[in-house]
Design a protein. Structure first.
Length: 363
């Protein structure tokens, strides 16, 4: 009796010879079955299953149709044994509720799929050391070739992580560039553009609604805001801190509306900016005639439709996601871990109707 090893991607499980009649497990479709129906070799089916580009389009369509007809499902474990990879990237993150996280995750999933990779989402239930450590520990139990981490790197400073030795890592929105490969939006330059725009319009100073203190993105935007004002010799107003929500922007806006010297505000994200717009409107402060407002994010289909349309800093989330996936694939394909460092994705100011020169006679 001859024996053979299934091709990578084959999904055959033979029935146990002693299985009772009527209780035998259903035999799964094999790569050879697909090859027979498609009229091609098993090697061609393997190439199609593994996403190789060397198969002509008409043959690929023929094989894919046979797979659909037979209900063939590639065996990722067998493929991993043959090719040394699972073609899966893990993504660790805290929350999908924030604009940045959800848009970045969407971009990562899109670019990973285009490269023939799936993503495995590993959420962190709470911002505690135990939960963060638990997420990293799970990596050793999951079939992933690389991991992209989207979280507040403050926690990385206080937790001793043990990463699986063969898993490649890319960080997002982090100051951990001294230890890992990091991809981030150029937060500081975006904030600089926003504040400088308001000063160039003639405002004496710029108030700031900051994000949460534990956020590195918020921290960098606040530091850049302060630096621009200090470099220009302008008064630095007290920071008003929100939590990224429109509600927090609204609450702070009600307070700022009673500050006669407040003619310009830089909000650390668009959601807090829209809260400001509502608060100023309710208090009779016209935007931009009485007070100018600049946000940060430029979420597609959102910022341009506020009343008035919001001047804001555009973040290229799609490019951040693309560079994360590319960085992970470079590590996987090169079989190496890159030197630590940070790659910054440029930002740009999008000027709309929420900013204008200060009112005549303003202090």
């Amino acid at each position: 009796m001859s024996s053979s090893t299934p091709d990578a991607g084959e999904s055959r499980h033979d029935d146990p010879p002693t299985a009772p009649v009527g209780r035998r497990r259903k035999q799964r479709v094999s790569m050879a079955d697909v090859a027979r129906l498609a009229g091609v070799s098993s090697q061609t089916v393997s190439r199609v299953a593994n996403g190789h580009s060397s198969v002509v389009e008409s043959t690929r369509d023929q094989v894919l149709e046979a797979m659909r007809t037979l209900g063939y499902r590639p065996n990722s474990a067998a493929r991993a044994l043959k090719y040394g990879e699972f073609r899966t990237i893990g993504v660790i993150l805290f929350s999908l509720s924030s604009t940045g996280n959800s848009r970045t995750l969407e971009a990562i999933a899109t670019h990973a799929a285009a490269e023939g990779y799936a993503i495995t989402l590993i959420p962190v239930a709470a911002r505690t050391q135990d939960h963060v450590q638990g997420a990293f520990t799970r990596l050793g139990e999951l079939a992933v070739d690389a991991v992209i981490v989207i979280m507040e790197a403050h926690l990385l400073d206080t937790v001793s992580f043990t990463l699986p030795p063969d898993v490649h890592v890319v960080m997002v929105d982090s100051d951990a560039g001294d230890r890992y490969s990091v991809v981030d939006t150029d937060q500081a330059d975006g904030a600089r553009q926003a504040v400088q725009h308001l000063l160039n319009l003639g405002h004496r100073t710029v108030w700031h609604v900051a994000g949460p203190a534990e956020s590195f993105a918020a921290e960098r935007r606040t530091a850049a805001w302060r630096k621009v004002l200090e470099s220009a010799g302008r008064e630095v107003p007290p920071v008003r801190r929100g939590d990224w929500s429109s509600e927090s922007g609204y609450r702070i806006g009600l307070e700022l509306a009673d500050e006669p010297s407040c003619t310009a505000v830089f909000a650390a994200n668009d959601q807090m900016a829209v809260g400001l717009l509502r608060a100023f409107g309710e208090k009779g402060r016209r935007v931009p005639a009485d007070v100018s407002v600049v946000g940060f994010d430029d979420v597609p289909g959102t910022a341009a439709w506020f009343v008035p349309p919001l001047t804001t800093v555009h973040q290229d989330f799609a490019e951040v996601g693309r560079r994360c996936v590319q960085g992970a694939l470079d590590q996987i394909r090169g079989g190496r871990h890159p030197a630590p460092g940070t790659t910054l994705v440029p930002t740009r100011l999008v000027v709309r109707q929420s900013t204008a020169p200060p009112p005549t006679g303003s202090e």
